[in-house]
Design a protein around this ligand. Structure first.
Ligand code: NAD
Length: 267
């Protein structure tokens, strides 16, 4: 049976682990050839090797979404290996939590640079490839999927930098959707809630400052009407739909994926 993303080429940023890895593996399973980006080059190569070992097309495209030379190189990796670009998933993100009054410039800049500026960097640089050349006009919709967060809609205490960056990702998504509709490029976002089992949401590591205290994890899980935390594969499913022809009429949309948690106040 034909797969929904056969003959499509995708770049997924921050895909060495966590949600990005699940997204890259899902797009590959759906038939896309995937350029697997991560700032950690070893993880990018390991992920690409694992996806290729499962019988799909994948190439590593290491580098930082913050560095414009790296951004050009990762897009070139996709073009060199597979000749085109149809799907861009801006997933790379990072946290550096603090209450706003104690937040340093470094914490603010780091998080905004990766999540918001990095997303813009990729979108701007990818446009010529996404549009295709005049000799070869695109016959199908091209897709950009940006990773936002419910924090970018509802806010949260303790990570104003992350929430502001993700709110910016949502506004960027809607603006580009308006600019690029005429090129048949759909630009949408997924805003996950609590997705368990990733580096950002694992148990707090006091050495890196990453992760969430156990007691907070228990409290969050108890608030989710669906009765469980989300998984990277749940997010990958939403991204796969936004990358597929089934979503050709959706643009400028934000899919909230939180098991109903943000409805709780209204129940
Ligand atoms: N886990 C959640 O609950 C959750 C919820 C909402 C949104 N998100 C978003 O989903 C995305 C993935 O998060 P995750 O939980 O899988 O985190 P993760 O830390 O497990 O994975 C993030 C990946 O991004 C990579 N990365 C970091 N900086 C980079 C850079 N400058 N250039 C390229 N790659 C870079 C990391 O090396 C890592 O492999 C992020 O944008 C995050 O904000 C996660």
């Amino acid at each position: 049976m034909a797969k929904p993303l056969n003959s499509r080429v995708a770049v997924v940023t921050g895909a060495g682990r966590g949600i990005g890895l699940a997204v890259a593996a899902r797009l590959a399973r759906d038939g896309a050839a995937v350029a697997v980006n991560d700032v950690d080059g070893d993880m990018a190569h390991e992920a690409a090797t694992a996806i290729a070992a499962a019988g799909a097309w994948a190439v590593a495209a290491p580098g930082s979404v913050v560095d414009l030379d790296d951004v050009a190189a990762m897009l070139e990796a996709a073009r060199n290996s597979f000749g085109r670009l149809d799907i861009l998933v801006n997933n790379a993100g990072i946290t550096a939590d603090a209450m706003a009054h104690t937040m340093t410039d470094e914490q603010w800049n780091l998080v905004c640079d990766v999540a918001l500026k990095g997303t813009f960097n990729l979108c701007r640089a990818a446009l010529p490839l996404l549009r295709g050349s005049r000799d070869n006009p695109p016959v199908h919709h091209r897709k950009v999927v940006n990773m936002a967060s419910i924090n970018g809609i509802y806010g949260i205490a303790g990570n104003a930098n992350y929430s502001a960056a993700k709110g910016g990702v949502i506004a960027l998504t809607k603006s580009l959707a308006r600019e690029w509709a005429r090129h048949r490029i759909n630009v949408n976002a997924v805003a996950p809630g609590y997705i368990a089992g990733t580096r950002l949401t694992g148990a707090r590591d006091d050495n890196t400052g990453l992760g969430i205290p156990e007691a907070v994890i228990e409290r969050i899980e108890a608030q989710i009407p669906i009765g469980r935390a989300g998984t990277p594969e749940d997010v990958a499913g939403a991204v796969a739909w936004l990358a597929s022809p089934d979503s050709d009429y959706a643009t400028g949309q934000v899919i909230e994926l939180h098991g109903g948690r943000e409805m709780v106040e209204l129940l």
